[in-house]
Design a protein around this ligand. Structure first.
Ligand code: 13P
Ligand code: SF4
Length: 303
């Protein structure tokens, strides 16, 4: 049954000249059929570069929207319309407008986990892997950073007094759930383990970590590290991928696995339906995309 579905997906993909991009947090069966797996920055770059006519984006909505803005002539399909990112919806254009009014000298750097409307109001976007570089290089001392307060606090700790960041109260419900006490309790079980966390985690977690990395950064770090045991502060889908790719290493979540239910919505049948029925196509008004692409182009300047 599953094999049958996989064969049908492969056949449709070839017939329609489509490519499947999937984020590291997707369920294993979707990761397995993807042509490319990656973090937000890697997938954005791929979306801008791939040659196929159709991109099936297995991730959450802001990622598929980013792909569409960067590749406007391609058809971009999001297999599940209900796969959103709650953090991306936490800030409204009105709230960003108020921050801009209160800080007229500041430039706006927006985490890619955001709506197209917010991106269109921004000077630059960033992902978790290049956020510090984008902020360091932007031509302003004062920066409004939205929507993730945890990533914002991490960037501030890295850039020091060179830049002043004005933060918004958004957060990721998955990473924000990881507590310092959970890391410490896991560390008691595995005292030699290196602690590797995502910058969307709370500052109290970041402060006790050995490494703070994007999902793509974690993959590279674990593969290259001579250490054997790791406590990983991020979503479980990435931990599963790292276990498959690093059979000699021991990887533990902070006490219990943390799951992004939005990332887990996409199943093989949804990928099949997306290809078969051309659904759900991402459409963005040209005038809006034109404003948002400038901030995304700034993001793509930094690795
Ligand atoms: P990465 O860019 O590190 O893959 O993160 C995306 C994300 O949504 C984290 O929650
Ligand atoms: Fe959004 Fe958090 Fe899920 Fe990433 S893990 S998609 S930031 S809710």
């Amino acid at each position: 049954m599953k094999e049958d579905l996989i064969n049908k997906i492969q056949k449709l993909k070839e017939e329609k000249n489509a490519v499947i991009l999937a984020h590291n947090y997707q369920v294993t069966e979707v990761q397995d059929i993807a042509d490319h797996l990656g973090d937000s920055l890697q997938l954005s770059r791929l979306a801008a570069e791939v040659e196929q006519d159709i991109i099936v984006f297995c991730g959450v909505k802001f990622m598929a929207e980013t792909a569409k803005i960067l590749s406007p002539r391609k058809k971009v399909l999001l297999p599940r319309l209900d796969a959103g990112c709650p953090m991306a919806d936490m800030i409204t254009v009105e709230e960003l407008g108020e921050l801009k009014k209160a800080h007229p000298q500041a430039k706006v750097v927006t985490y890619v986990n955001s709506s197209v409307e917010i991106k269109a109001e921004s000077d630059a976007c960033c992902t978790s892997s290049n956020a510090v570089k984008v902020v360091r290089n932007i031509d302003a001392d004062k920066i409004i950073f939205v929507p993730d307060r945890n990533l914002g606090a991490y960037i501030q700790s890295q850039v020091g007094s060179d830049k002043e960041l004005i933060l918004f109260e958004g957060y990721c419900y998955v990473h924000n759930r990881i507590k310092k006490e959970e890391i410490e309790a896991t560390k008691k079980l595995y005292p030699k383990a290196k602690v590797v966390v995502h910058p969307e985690t709370r500052m109290e977690v970041i402060e006790i970590a050995d490494e703070v990395l994007s999902t793509g950064g974690m993959l590279k770090y674990i593969a290259a590290s001579p250490d054997k045991q790791f406590i990983i502060g991020t979503e479980q889908g990435l931990i599963e991928r790292m276990k498959r790719e690093n059979p000699g290493k021991e990887l533990y979540p902070a006490l219990r696995p943390k799951i992004c239910s939005n990332m887990k919505r996409t199943a093989l049948i949804d990928v099949y339906n997306a290809l078969e029925k051309d659904r759900y196509e991402i459409k963005i008004a040209a005038s809006l995309a034109k404003r948002a692409v400038k901030a995304l182009d700034e993001m793509l300047k930094y690795i």
